[in-house]
Write a protein that binds this ligand. Structure first.
Ligand code: ZN
Length: 295
């Protein structure tokens, strides 16, 4: 019996090679601090075994916790530091919305999965979308509701009921690599979109120059990133769930210099004047896809 036989979720292949050994893994539970978006510097360089599929090159990590434990960590996450980058994040999302509008224009219904404190949804609403979000962190969902008066549910997307064929656009920024079962999530998104609906997803690119140069020191190798995509495996996984890719490319992030220095040195640089810079790492990609039309 092959109860524990590994199977690649992209190509169905059953052979994998060890890419990176596990690092600093203890039996300790996963904490909310390890699960939040901006992460703790201490959670960097800590992960389980990371494998690469022999057939298609898809990369995945051994789970070092249970699904329940992971969901609880997301539920308890707070992330005040997220707002220190408000202007930069809003600027980024305006650019992304300009891109989305080349494929579908407002008005329409938009759902953002893992919407955090709502900076994207707030920007999208301003540009004419009727927005809704879902977010596992009680803190972030509450901030989105109270600070931006957004319609945001607190909950786990996989476990939440929605009416099929409801949305014109479903977005999910930097969340795909966190889902325990991304295939199930993509199938569910497919059902919730209208016939001409558009999916917008971002993820991390393990084939980017930044990842290839840093190797096992790439900062995105952390316990809560369960899957690592290349443009090719990203495309294939999304196509497998019945989508056609309309566009794919890098997402250029902007950072304020004092924020970056504080994050990397652990010292306080908040006295510095804010200077915004594009991060040339190229290791975040996103795509716009449409439901494949059956005839
Ligand atoms: Zn594979």
């Amino acid at each position: 019996m092959n109860y524990n036989k590994w199977k690649c979720i992209v190509c169905g292949g059953d052979r994998k090679k060890l890419l990176y050994r596990e690092k600093r893994i203890t039996k300790s539970k996963i904490t909310p601090k390890e699960a939040v978006c901006t992460g703790e510097i201490g959670s960097r360089g800590r992960h389980g075994k990371i494998w690469k599929c022999d057939t298609c090159g898809f990369v995945c990590q051994d789970f070092t916790f249970s699904e329940n434990e992971l969901n609880n960590a997301y539920k308890g996450g707070t992330d005040e530091i997220y707002f220190e980058q408000y202007k930069e994040r809003e600027h980024l999302f305006e650019k992304c919305l300009d891109r989305i509008h080349q494929h579908i224009k407002p008005p329409g219904k938009m759902l953002d999965i893992g919407c955090n404190a709502g900076i994207f949804l707030n920007t999208a609403r301003r540009m004419g979308w009727k927005t809704e979000g879902i977010e596992p962190s009680s803190w972030a969902a509450r901030v989105a509701r109270e600070r931006f008066e957004l319609k945001v549910r607190t909950g786990i997307f996989e476990k939440t009921r929605y009416k099929p064929g409801t949305y014109d656009v479903i977005t999910s920024w930097d969340v795909l690599e966190h889902f325990v079962d991304p295939v199930m999530v993509l199938d569910k998104i497919h059902k919730l979109l209208k016939k001409d609906g558009v999916l917008v997803l971002s993820t991390i690119d393990i084939n980017s120059w930044f990842s290839l140069v840093l190797g096992s020191h790439w900062p995105w190798l952390i316990r809560v990133h369960l899957w690592y995509f290349t443009p090719d495996t990203f495309r294939r996984l999304v196509e497998n769930s019945g989508f056609e890719i309309s566009w794919m490319g890098p997402q250029i992030r902007w950072f304020s210099l004092p924020y970056l220095l504080t994050r990397f040195t652990g010292k306080n640089f908040s006295w510095m004047p804010t200077i915004s810079l594009p991060a040339p790492t190229g290791d975040i990609i996103y795509l716009v896809a449409r439901k494949k039309q059956s005839d």
